[in-house]
Write a protein that binds this ligand. Structure first.
Ligand SMILES: NC(=O)c1ccc[n+]([C@@H]2O[C@H](COP(=O)([O-])OP(=O)(O)OC[C@H]3O[C@@H](n4cnc5c(N)ncnc54)[C@H](O)[C@@H]3O)[C@@H](O)[C@H]2O)c1
Length: 318
């Protein structure tokens, strides 16, 4: 199939684009490189288009597209420029949706667990949205727009409410990268991992392979809808520190500091996973422990090959 991945140079988008390509699809990655990075697409053989998803004329740029995975968004939840956030996330989505409707093709898009705010757990798709920031609000507006199309049955459309994803190719998100990335970087630098007091905040963290698998399922789903993607298990930040210390063979205790986002912070997120199973036949297969082990092993093998390469380069130079 000819597939468009918006936000294709980003964390999830690049993992998805590379997997779709491995599976034999012809993939185009579109990105404005605001939080994405070319390095994420090293080895990608498909087409890469640098464009703003808000006003890209997709009918002209990628006329033969047969399915779209829409990942492009401002993903830093602390961005306070509401016009920019709404323009990129909502109007960007509307542009992609317009294109999918015109071409009558399938659209799978990234929503977020942020839409639930501090709602009750486990978070269920039919509970009222309670966005605590403009990012989460933009995602709930996207879901409202999608719901109208789903009701009309115009095209197959699946919204995936991602919980907390971690894994390779997230580092260019910097401060918006996962807690697992932030804490592991601190530990690797020999610093104590810094978490909000008293570390009992919980998140439904899952490995990036899980989200790629969920997107692939959504591509084949018989029904349209908006579903959670999570494991159904929430892990505390204290437990993350424990797992990271075990995996990295370190013993650095957490350093606690006050949460500056009190009042607009999700203390716990945990997905109700039943609808995803029912609608797109998806269940997460990785535990957070296994995901972290695989993630850190990938990082150390990448580091080893970088070191080996630089040794070869040094030999050539001297
Ligand atoms: N990673 C998570 O834990 C998580 C959780 C919930 C939802 N999501 C959603 O998943 C999607 C992918 O997020 P991610 O984690 O890969 O973040 P990311 O920031 O790495 O990816 C977003 C990509 O969109 C691109 N982009 C931003 N504005 C654009 C524009 N105007 N035109 C074209 N491209 C633009 C960025 O350059 C980036 O490559 C996003 O929609 C995000 O809201 C992610």
């Amino acid at each position: 199939m000819r597939i468009l991945v918006t936000g294709g140079a980003g964390f999830v988008g690049s993992n998805l684009a590379l997997t779709l390509e491995q599976e034999g699809h012809e993939v185009t990655a579109l990105d404005d490189f605001s939080s994405g990075h070319f390095d994420n697409l090293c080895g990608f053989k498909g087409n890469v288009i640098s464009a703003d998803v808000v006003d890209a004329v997709l009918e002209e740029i990628v006329p033969d597209t047969e399915a779209v995975f829409h990942q492009a968004a401002i993903t830093d939840t602390t961005v306070t420029d509401q016009y920019r956030m709404m323009r990129v996330n909502v109007e960007g989505f509307r542009n992609v949706l317009r294109f999918a409707l015109k071409k009558k093709i399938r659209l799978v898009y990234a929503s977020s667990a942020g839409t639930y705010g501090d709602g009750k757990n486990p978070m269920k798709e039919d509970q009222a949205p309670k966005p605590l920031n403009c990012y989460a609000f933009s995602k709930s507006v996207m879901d409202n727009i999608a719901r109208e199309i789903i009701e009309k049955g115009s095209i197959p459309i699946v919204g995936l409410r991602y919980f907390n994803v971690f894994g390779p190719r997230e580092k260019y998100k910097n401060k918006a990268a996962s807690m697992i990335w932030q804490l592991s970087e601190q530990i690797k630098e020999g610093k104590r991992p810094r978490i909000f007091t008293a570390g009992e905040q919980k998140r439904d963290h899952f490995y990036v392979k899980v989200i790629v698998a969920a997107n692939l399922r959504a591509m084949e789903a018989k029904k349209s809808g908006i579903v959670n993607v999570g494991t159904g298990i929430a892990t505390t930040f204290n437990r993350l520190v424990e797992i990271l210390n075990q995996t990295l063979k370190t013993q650095l205790p957490a350093e606690y500091f006050g949460n500056p986002y009190t009042g607009v912070y999700q203390d716990e997120t945990r997905a109700d996973t039943r609808l995803a199973q029912e609608l797109i036949g998806f269940k997460a297969e990785y535990s957070v422990e296994d995901g972290i082990k695989e993630y850190l092993a990938t990082q150390s093998s990448k580091l080893k090959s970088q070191n080996d390469n630089s040794k070869v380069k040094n030999k050539l130079l001297f």
